[in-house]
Design a protein around this ligand. Sequence first.
Ligand code: C6P
Length: 425
Amino acid sequence: MGVQESYPIDVEAIRADFPILDRQVGGNVESPGESDDDDQPLYYLDNAATSQTPEPVIETISDYYRNYNANVHRGIHQLSQEASVAYEEAHDTVADFIGADGREEIVFTKNTTESENLVAYAWGLAELGPGDSVVLSEMEHHASLVTWQQIAKRTGAEVRYIRITDDGYLDMDHAAELIDDSTKMVSVVHISNTMGAVNPVSDLADMAHDHDALMFVDGAQSAPTHPVDVQDIDADFFAFSGHKMCGPTGIGVLYGKEHLLESMQPYLYGGEMIRSVTYEDATWEDLPWKFEAGTPSISQGIALAAAIEYLEDIGMASIRDHEELLAEYAYDRLSEFDDVTIYGPPGDDRGGLVAFNVDGVHAHDLSSICNDHGVAIRAGDHCTQPLHDKLGVPASARGSFYIYNTREEIDALVDAVADARDLFA
Ligand code: C6P
């Protein structure tokens, strides 16, 4: 059967859009991008960390630098106007993509981490104090966990963590106990980058709102792989990164309900974000520019819009189906080994990633043997150190899948795992 017949999306056609997938790898890292004669195919299964970039997005970046590279909002010359229009319209594309009301609700940041920090500093420092609580979950990424932890220390607020059940889900009864009238913010990851759990963020938003708290959703792993509608979720804030969804690095998104962003003070000060300045004081630009101080990531923002158009052409619901299919396949294949522990919910109920350990083999050794097979996976704590502590392991190996991945690539991962087991037996 041809590759394209057996998937919800046309994987063969999609693969042809990604030049990097033709690369061979073999361990020589002295000359980035070059391959040797005896190198082997690349199996790229590290998409939760960063996804690859298709031709239309590469072309958008190249077109920008070849034809209309200029600063935005500053010039009335043609190039600046062209760059400004494209950059501003990129906000509209993002707004449509996640169901926001308009560009006023879309702030371009550097990444999810900066989006989290923006809200924590701009909203948290002003609104939190002793007696208040911020409710996170035990599966939060450091981007959220460390940020709220530090803001809580500075404001005297308490951080509470929703427990994880033994089968890898959020314990919603515990969430109902923790979220109370002291709670001012609930911040939970939509899809865990370690457990693969798809969390019921809409239910959590209801719980938060019942207590007049706000809901922040970390969408770093969901926006690239699932249809997202911030109004369906009723998220007050939603954050994601361009580089995990076929876009470039250096661009992230903070969605915020307009009235909340309106009520918040800026996080960064400087050029671009002011309306008028005297030696004594300053006033702020309209949304979203009030939160985009300094020269923004112009080409990256425009390229993020191109990435979104690319993904929408494929269809987000079909992308989700493809992710689920590969996650289940990887879960089932890795489960064939009786000494492999997989973290998180069952194979048929998870996002497109599988974190695991092999008894007696450190995740870094496993990843290194995978690399010898041309298989790129991630090993480490995936920026969820407290979660790994709770799981009782210092690290895990993780395969994570995207639109161009195939079952054959997961087979290559499984072969490498078999090799590692033999080597360390
Ligand atoms: N997770 C991973 O390999 P940045 O680095 O700001 O673009 O994204 C941070 C982030 C926030 N939340 C979640 C759920 C994430 O998965 C990530 C990034 C990468 O899993 C790098 S640690």
